[in-house]
Ligand binder design. Structure first.
Ligand SMILES: [Zn+2]
Length: 516
């Protein structure tokens, strides 16, 4: 069995089934997929969880408004998520659903444990309730007009008796945890945001909903008149998926968990979830990685605004791997980014079709036509050849640095620079001219060999982001299609290359779709 250090556990949020898969979901899922591939290339066996969050008031109302059976409705949306990620080739290991009986048992176990320990109490409460948020808002949370800042709706006044998790007990422990663990929330701005949030008084968390108002939830094990608040239910998935609370709980895997989320659910993860884990006497998550939002034409995506981008349609229309590349190259992690079709099309053409695609087909065409098999001696490399080859290691280092600093954009930029450097090398060395000169046959072998070594490095380094293109490069160079499963496959000093017959066509140029 692998040691804890050689394993890791990464999660996306469980997506709420009130919407179909859109760009925001895709970004987080694609990023997690990329991280998994990146880590596995470096020998870290990685378990990747995604799934769907299926309980709550909004879901029940939505199914009802469409005249649908709630169960049938959540099954359909959950399948849509699973199919979308599968068709996009995302390598998740666990697709978790909160309506799964095992999850329900584990949530009830957690509730009973906390109740028995005196961490849950029954109280009457009156306050401002936002149906969109599915919770009471505090006075400091409503905006100047008395509206929910996220839903821009006036919260209803509600008076209810409910069960509360005594989160306020963990106020100081949360402050200590986030002060001491600098990597607990990244990028840093979000850790600061949570520390400043914790400067205000911390309330208790209402964790029940009376059944007269909501039946679509997990029943409290100690009071059948209530179901569990959807966040309390859903957050537990991350832990339950590692076998908690059974005897088979893989606590070593749990200890490595990194949650990938977007900033709108930071508080639920940093505050509620961390306090819940503390109360359950389980180690809090190792790391929360927080992204900004994807905006479409400057507005946050939403179905009601009609600006929803469907990820699968994008890849079907513009080519495999293209959305992965665009999203990771475009977003500065932690900040908001704007999706425009024009930028997407330009990105594909500039970096994929005209970039790596053109470089590979250009080098390959000359090599096939004039050589077929490439053989050269290390001793024949010139200074200019060595300069280009040394960039491979630099690019790999910059790539890994970007990943460790969560500056994924920088990783992709440095990779694009290596493509450009290789293109310039081809322009300068003019292999097409060498091919016409019988006295330059050996030099031609060297120049093409240097290009192929560089292309091999480009394929191996980019494999976590462009898995399909990387496989095609490995095939074209006769390396075997799993050659880039280990990062060591990227940078090798081969002096011999066999080439496959077909010239690989990695990416096609695309056009802006015409308005209909
Ligand atoms: Zn709200």
């Amino acid at each position: 069995m692998a040691t804890p250090q050689s394993r890791s556990y990464i999660t996306t949020p469980l997506y709420y089934v009130n919407a179909r898969p859109h760009l925001g979901h895709s970004y987080t899922t694609i990023l997690a997929d990329t991280i998994k591939r990146h880590r596995e290339q470096r020998g870290i066996q990685t378990t990747f969880l995604t799934g769907t969050d299926e309980h709550g008031e909004k879901i029940e109302q939505m199914a009802k408004s469409q005249g649908r059976d709630t169960r049938e409705f959540v099954d359909e949306v959950a399948n849509d998520f699973r199919d979308t990620w599968q068709k996009m080739g995302l390598s998740f290991d666990i697709f978790y659903r909160t309506t799964d009986p095992n999850h329900i048992r584990a949530v009830q176990h957690a509730l009973q444990t906390l109740k028995d320990r005196g961490e849950i109490v029954f109280r009457e409460y009156e306050g401002k309730y936002c149906v969109g948020c599915e919770r009471f808002l505090t006075d400091t949370e409503v905006n100047a007009d008395g509206l929910c800042p996220d839903h821009l709706k006036k919260p209803e006044n509600r008076k209810e008796s409910n069960y509360f998790f005594l989160m306020s007990r963990y106020h100081q422990a949360l402050i200590d945890h986030f002060e001491k663990n600098r990597n607990a929330i990244r990028p840093e701005q979000f850790r600061q945001e949570m520390l400043s949030f914790l400067k205000q008084p911390l309330g208790d968390l209402c964790i029940s909903r009376p059944k007269e108002r909501l039946t679509w939830g997990i029943e409290l094990p100690f009071d059948s008149n209530f179901v569990t608040y959807v966040w309390f239910d859903a957050l537990l998935n991350y832990l339950v998926a590692t076998g908690w609370p059974g005897a088979q709980w893989d606590s070593n895997l749990w200890a490595t968990v990194n949650h990938f989320i977007a900033k709108d659910i930071l508080k639920a993860h940093a505050i509620y979830w961390t306090a819940m884990l503390m109360a359950l006497q389980v180690k809090p998550a190792q790391e929360l990685q927080v992204s900004g939002w994807w905006l479409v034409d400057g507005t946050k995506m939403s179905k009601s605004l009609g600006n929803v981008v469907r990820p699968l349609e994008m890849e079907e229309k513009f080519g495999r791997d293209t959305l992965r590349f665009y999203l990771l190259r475009e977003m500065s992690y932690g900040s908001d980014s704007t999706f425009t079709l024009e930028n997407y099309v330009n990105c594909i053409n500039a970096y994929l079709a005209n970039g790596i695609g053109n470089l590979v087909s250009r080098v390959y065409t000359i090599a096939k036509k004039n050589l077929g098999v490439v053989d050269f001696a290390e001793a024949d490399l010139t200074d200019a050849d060595r300069r280009l080859l040394s960039l491979r290691t630099k690019t790999r280092e910059a790539w890994d640095q970007g990943f460790s600093e969560l500056k994924y954009q920088n990783s992709l930029k440095s990779w694009c620079e290596l493509v450009t450097a290789c293109d310039l090398y081809v322009n300068e060395m003019k292999p097409w001219a060498l091919a016409k000169d019988p006295t330059q046959k050996e030099r031609l072998q060297v120049v093409i060999g240097v290009c192929l070594r560089t292309i091999q490095a480009l394929g191996g380094i980019i494999a976590p982001v462009l898995p399909n293109a990387a496989r095609e490069i490995a095939n074209a160079l006769h390396l075997g299609e799993n050659h880039f499963d280990q990062i060591e496959g990227a940078i090798e000093d081969r002096t011999h290359f066999d080439l496959r017959d077909e010239i690989p066509k990695l990416f096609m140029r695309v056009q802006m779709p015409q308005a209909e």
